[in-house]
Design a binder for this molecule. Sequence first.
Ligand SMILES: Cc1ncc(COP(=O)(O)O)c(C=O)c1O
Length: 244
Amino acid sequence: SYNGSGMSVMELSHRSELFQNIMDDAESLIRELMEIPENYKVLFLQGGASLQFNMVPMNLANGKKAVYVNTGSWAKKAISEAKKIQGVEVEVIASSEDRNFSYIPEIPTVSSDAEYLHVTTNNTIEGTAMFDVPEAAVPIVADMSSNILSSVYDVKKFGLIYAGAQKNIGPAGLTLVIVREDLIGQVEGLPSMLDFKVQADNDSMYNTPPTFAIYVAKLVFEWIKEQGGVAGIEALNRKKAALL
Ligand SMILES: Cc1ncc(COP(=O)(O)O)c(C=O)c1O
């Protein structure tokens, strides 16, 4: 009986005030934890990080060029999915595939004719991570699925961050997207569910959002705050890593 409503969170209408409050709290907590500037939208979507492999090039590089860094199995998937989006030219500018993705390659200067540089901050399967955000003249898009909220990143250095929720945020079924406002709405006529502008204009409620997953994410954000925020979690992680 959530807040004495006589209903569980799962039963609440997503249009009800009670659920809207959960959504608002989840957003303001993630904004606080990651120090997300005002000119970024926070979207609670579905489809996993894998759908972002398509949505990002569709929305940000339609008919244009995007550059990618190939640092592991997930980066490789992101690249092959971007290539499927008609009209998008995909260039891989750095790769560590030659040594089985055992290192993070040097990233050359990105030419300004690209719409974005895509990186994977933590290569879940291979275990390498990118802590220093590369310098680039174009917006950086980061797949942070497996290390979001586990170490501090400066959101201002990114154009877009995405993460499937199931590793560090909450239950599967929710995907977090943090996107700079000026990158939204560049392409007309995209299918509504795949259009960042439609999702942003509808505050992630164009259709029924994954309500219970958002509720649990809110609880996790509260817990992270109690641990001293992302910096607190990072300190804990460094302590654990030092034991190994
Ligand atoms: C770095 C990374 N990217 C993408 C994915 C795919 O995520 P999803 O299952 O949410 O599509 C994963 C899943 O493990 C991942 O670790």
